[in-house]
Ligand binder design. Structure first.
Ligand SMILES: Cc1ncc(COP(=O)(O)O)c(C=O)c1O
Length: 472
């Protein structure tokens, strides 16, 4: 249970959370929070990919998700090249599957494919996007804890390279569809390893009280392997899969999960006589949303993971399987900021004499629900101009009928922020558009890609007609 947002924060002389420093220069950008091409021009206006935010607001309206295409492509490429290089001598390279749940549209699926990554989809809808983008089946993996027969059929029909099995029911379901289509389905087993990692902490638990995967400690994952290997006419077991959490900043959690999953991999080799060729270590690599976060570059993560995998495989005397990973947030998150226009500004007195300025913008929890859903922290900046005013503690809120409709809980903005100003919130490329809603019948913002001074809509803004189109 969580206390009401405002309640817990009322306190004497409240100046925001401890990680939030009063800025020396309220116009300065923290580079780790922004896409590579974002800068504040000499006119004080934020620019991305050679376009100013005032031009973007004029041409595309607000709110809008603004994505730096080169930044997305270079993060994707960096993951692909780094993992291939680091695992080259160990397991003949590694495959990177972009986790489409972070953010997917046809154009982004094309970028992912162009850059040589594979794509992880977890519904028939995401698969349809991948197909429209022309991503071939052999570059696609299908996830999900309750895939329908229709989704499995579509995936096998399209020739996906792997289906990640999440339950005993699914073994039978995938086998039945494969038999019907006359194919052998390549599958992985999603294993619950009893490790949960979030930010800098991880917990290793004995029981795994959540919906995903087949339990390692309960013997379900091993039993799943036995059942799959029993159906060679319809299923081909490629390997094991484990995903341990999100916003992970170090390899401590991987250390425990790798030991456990390689233990299972070895037991399958010993007791069932099959050394599985692949192992997927999932996603969950962290990004910086505020100055409190300090993510590791992919190179360090990959090197740490390689060292752990090599050590564990050597200890178990098994060959290193081909590794794959599934980053979503770490590729998409930092590439995008959301551009809003301020509608109203309201100072609110806090207990103890402090004051907070509530800045209402033209979007809200319908375009970024992470603050309300996960208590996530974001930062933001005045985007359409620089200011010489003193910084004041502000909270950026939306226009929805919820007091929890908060986008940025705590940030310093210049005291002269007012109606008509543009505000940019960085780090909104992952789990914002993909988790967006039409709450209060609010049309969802467009996604605008910027590159080399050219901006183009890659997902158009919804209209009131779109909203009404489904009403019968
Ligand atoms: C199986 C699996 N792989 C990959 C991801 C992507 O995680 P992230 O976007 O944190 O990298 C998720 C996220 O939920 C997941 O469940």
């Amino acid at each position: 249970m969580r206390a009401h947002e405002a309640g817990a924060l009322h306190g004497e002389g409240y100046r925001g959370p401890t990680w939030l420093q009063t800025p020396v220069d309220v116009n300065a950008l923290v580079p780790s929070l922004w896409a590579g091409s974002v800068n504040r021009g000499s006119d004080g206006v934020l620019a991305v990919g050679g376009m100013s935010v005032t031009e973007l607001a004029q041409d595309f309206g607000t709110p809008a998700y603004i994505i730096d295409e080169d930044d997305f492509r270079s993060r994707a490429r960096d993951f692909k090249e780094t993992y291939a290089e680091v695992f080259d001598g160990l397991s003949g390279g590694a495959d990177v599957f972009y986790a489409g749940k972070a953010f997917l549209c046809t154009e982004v699926a094309r970028w992912v494919h162009d850059e040589g990554l594979h794509l992880d989809v977890c519904t028939g809808g995401e698969l349809a996007v991948a197909r429209r983008a022309g991503v071939p089946g052999e570059r696609i993996g299908l996830h999900g804890n309750n895939k329908s027969v229709a989704e499995i059929r579509d995936a096998l029909d399209y020739g996906v390279s792997r289906i990640v099995i999440d339950s005993f029911d699914e073994i039978e379901r995938v086998a039945a569809v494969a038999t019907e289509l006359g194919v052998v389905a390549p599958v992985l087993i999603r294993v619950t390893v009893g490790v949960e990692a979030h930010t800098h902490e991880f917990i290793a638990t004995a029981h795994e009280d959540q919906k995903f995967g087949l339990s390692l400690s309960g013997g379900h994952a091993f039993e799943a392997a036995r059942r799959i290997l029993d159906k060679p006419e319809s299923l081909r077991l490629l390997g094991l899969h484990s995903h341990i959490g999100s916003q992970i900043f170090d390899t401590a959690g991987f250390e425990v999960s790798a030991r456990r999953i390689i233990g299972l991999h070895t037991r399958i080799a010993r007791d069932l006589g099959v050394e599985l060729p692949e192992l997927d270590l999932g996603g969950g690599f962290g990004i910086a949303y505020t100055t409190e976060h300090d993510p590791l570059p992919p190179k360090h993560l990959a090197a740490g993971m390689a060292e752990i995998i090599e050590r564990e495989c050597r200890a178990e005397q098994v060959a290193v399987p081909r590794i794959s990973v599934e980053p979503g947030r770490a590729i998409a998150g930092p590439t995008t900021f959301t551009l809003y226009e301020v509608g109203t500004v309201k100072p609110v007195d806090l207990d103890g004499g402090a004051q907070r300025v509530y800045v209402s913008v033209d979007g809200g929890m319908s375009d970024n629900v992470r603050t309300a859903l996960y208590d996530a922290n974001y930062s933001c900046t005045l985007a359409g101009r620089a200011s010489t005013a003193d910084p004041v503690l502000a909270r950026v809120v939306g226009r929805h009928c919820e007091s929890g409709d908060i986008i940025v809980k705590d940030e310093f903005l210049p005291a002269d922020v007012g109606a008509g100003d543009l505000i940019a919130v960085p780090g909104t490329g992952a789990y914002c558009r993909s988790l967006s809603s039409q709450y209060n019948h609010t049309p969802r913002p467009p996604v605008v890609a910027v590159r080399d001074g050219v901006a183009r809509t890659i997902v158009r803004r919804e209209t009131i007609d779109d909203l009404l189109a489904l009403d019968v």
